[in-house]
Design a protein around this ligand. Structure first.
Ligand code: ZN
Length: 375
């Protein structure tokens, strides 16, 4: 990068820094740099703020310990918190001998994930809008092992039963095999006050493609590989950026832990149902119907039970951490957004054995991106 593309900016205004990243920076002076037009922060400052200490640096992956286990790779967008995978909006950069992370990723991902907390924006969580993807003439992904619209509905109905047992009001965008437009699904969600929106899908791709991934809306100003358009402007869903990533974390981490599926990560997208929704929203992809093993699992009632319970526990944890407490509802034992490591052998992206073979994370993410067709 040339000097023409980089301009250094020293921000001394404490108020501005506080506005960007929250109260943790109030006592700090943070230097930011613009690299290729994107504002970046020194990783050392982030580590100091979140009590992270360098732990290991091996085969290009840097790991930090302390309050959480965090791993990252310079020049890549992979970011792991306690072994769960996130995809950053911008790659980690090296600049002046320091690793840098974008300001957007700090405020929209790092902070709400490392310090999930009560959100002033979040209303009381009373209602969950469950959206089983596709339906009617739109079967979604189809394979010899499963048909997506059926699996989406099966998981959704099991989730409805679990949520009702825990006292939530549940609104289904569909509870039979009917077709709805994406706009109809969004209208249903936006008409429900004090709600969150959980869209349930399953994937298809190459036979070998497998794993679970969860999508939230891309932050304002960023591009997404899963955008329907190149627009980067603010969207209605961006009002809930912190709630979106907290909900995704709570649901995704439990699904990976309970199923032992491959962790394809929490990713950013501008899918239609995420763009114009005015409630915290995620799109959950419970696995690949095109994979012989996973497709068989997805069509089994037992696996669907596991997915439904994981989503339910995630929703409850999200509500207990981020939202105002609904009257009469007490926090259950699963009720906290805590991103704990699982030690699962299926999520080997940062295990020592994998790293010694030359950085599995690069190879696995390339495979993940290539194998994915939106289902
Ligand atoms: Zn789908």
């Amino acid at each position: 990068m040339g000097t023409g593309t980089i301009r250094q900016l020293l921000i001394l205004g404490v108020a501005m820094v506080t506005c960007l990243f929250g109260r943790a920076y109030a006592q700090s002076t943070i230097n930011t740099e613009y690299i290729d037009g994107v504002e970046y922060v020194r990783l050392a400052d982030i580590c100091r703020t979140y009590n992270l200490r360098p732990k290991a640096s091996q085969n290009g992956m840097h790991t930090y310990g302390g309050s959480h286990r965090v791993s990252l790779i310079p020049a890549r967008q992979d970011f792991y918190v306690n072994n769960y995978r996130y995809v950053l909006s911008y790659p980690i950069k090296s600049y002046g001998g320091e690793l840098m992370i974008s300001s957007t990723d700090v405020s929209k991902l790092v902070d709400p994930v490392l310090r999930p907390r009560f959100s002033k924006n979040a209303s009381t969580l009373r209602t969950v809008v469950i959206d089983p993807g596709h339906g009617g003439h739109d079967a979604g992904a189809v394979s010899p092992y499963a048909r997506e619209k059926d699996c989406n509905l099966a998981v959704a109905l099991k989730l409805r039963r679990l949520l009702r047992e825990r006292g939530y009001k549940v609104v289904m965008t569909r509870d039979t095999d009917v077709f709805l437009t994406l706009q109809q699904r969004v209208q249903i969600a936006n008409s429900c006050p004090d709600s969150i929106f959980v869209s349930i899908h399953h994937n298809s791709g190459r036979r070998a493609a497998e794993g679970i991934e969860t999508f939230t809306l891309a932050p304002h100003g960023t591009t997404s590989p899963f955008a329907r358009t190149r627009r980067t402007a603010d969207l209605a869903g961006n009002d809930q950026d912190s709630e979106n990533i907290a909900l995704a974390t709570a649901v995704h981490s439990r699904a990976i832990k309970n199923t032992k599926a491959v962790d394809r990560g929490i990713q950013r997208a501008r899918f239609s149902v995420l763009c114009t929704i005015k409630r915290p929203a995620i799109l959950f992809e419970g696995g690949f119907v095109s994979n012989p093993t996973e497709g068989g699992l997805i069509s089994s009632s037992k696996y669907q039970d596991t997915l439904a319970l994981s989503i339910c526990n995630g929703i409850e944890a999200y509500g207990a951490t981020v939202c105002k407490r609904a009257p009469g509802r007490k926090a259950g034992k699963n009720s906290r957004v805590v991103v704990k490591g699982t030690g699962s052998k299926t999520r080997t992206s940062i295990s020592g054995a994998q790293m010694s073979r030359g950085g599995i994370s690069s190879r696995s993410s390339a495979k993940q991106q290539k194998g994915n067709k939106r289902g």
